[in-house]
Design a protein around this ligand. Structure first.
Ligand code: NAP
Length: 248
């Protein structure tokens, strides 16, 4: 057994710790997006593979037997490539995937399919908007220049942002309810745009919005090909140890 963990999330880091503790043979892979990625106990590689065919080559070269896709639920390219490359090479694949958030009492969500629809869902009149969506996805909001945007990014932006009125907060999760309540109150945020990432690390802003009665434009998860998946680290460890076939 030799595993490749496609990472870049706090969940992937927790999984990698568990895999390292058991002394399993595994490689952790980062895309190389952030300037100072968390140091892993597992051997680590950084950078894209070169599409699905590059991933096929890597799997063969490194004699990978199991791939764990622990990437962010919105990282669709790498997840699609993993499905394709594992099918081509006959490699076992499991997605370590958190469940999406669901609305509960007091939530005021406007559900949308993608980032462009999220920008369109903002009100006509000027509002103070928290964009919790990552720097690659800001362009559609340039079409709504009347708003004052607050962005929370992992690294300071290297290039000019496409938004005229934007404040950047450089901060890395996990975030707390108290911290997000403070952020929202101190900047008089009126609207929140979020992606339905699921999990606990980014949930605080959703809970804060509920407490404060703020609308949340919630971007749905992109569709991915069917694959085995689980939310449980123990299931992933069992998959690695026994190649257990879990429910898709
Ligand atoms: P993406 O759009 O699915 O991936 C774009 C390309 O980046 C992929 O085609 C692949 O390049 C490379 N890549 C992505 N993840 C990789 C990994 N773990 N190891 C090696 N190469 C990887 O992904 P993204 O949305 O840009 O996210 C990039 C990374 O940031 C992922 O690891 C993800 O878990 C993490 N992340 C993303 C978000 C988010 O909001 N999307 C949030 C938190 C963390 P090649 O085609 O050349 O192989």
């Amino acid at each position: 057994m030799r595993a490749l963990i496609l990472g870049g999330t706090s969940d992937a880091n927790r999984l990698a710790e568990a895999v390292a503790r058991l002394g399993l043979d595994a490689i952790y892979s980062y895309a190389g997006r952030t300037q100072a990625p968390a140091v892993q106990s597992l051997p680590t590689r950084i950078g894209g593979f070169g599409g699905a065919t590059g991933l096929v080559d890597y799997i063969r070269l490194q004699r990978i037997t199991h791939v764990v896709d622990a990437t962010h639920p919105f990282a669709v390219e790498i997840s699609r490539n993993a499905v394709a490359a594992c099918a081509t090479t006959g490699t076992a694949l499991i997605a370590f995937e958190r469940a999406p958030w669901h609305q509960s009492q007091g939530d005021n969500w406007i559900g949308v399919e993608d980032v462009a629809a999220a920008a369109a869902a903002l009100p006509e009149q000027r509002a103070r908007v928290l964009l919790a969506i990552g720097r690659q996805h800001l362009a559609p909001f340039a079409a709504r220049p009347q708003h004052a945007y607050t962005l929370r990014l992992v690294d300071p932006p290297k290039a000019a942002l496409p938004l005229q009125d934007a404040e950047v907060i450089v901060s890395r999760g996990p975030f707390t309810l108290a911290g997000d309540l403070d952020l929202i109150r101190s900047r008089n945020i009126q609207w929140i745009v979020a992606r339905n990432a699921g999990g606990t690390g980014a949930r605080a802003k959703i809970e804060a919005a509920r407490q404060l009665g703020l609308p949340v434009v919630m971007i749905a998860r992109p569709a991915l090909p069917a694959r085995q998946n689980t939310e449980s680290i123990d299931d992933v460890l069992a998959f690695l140890a026994h190649d257990a076939r879990l429910g898709a």
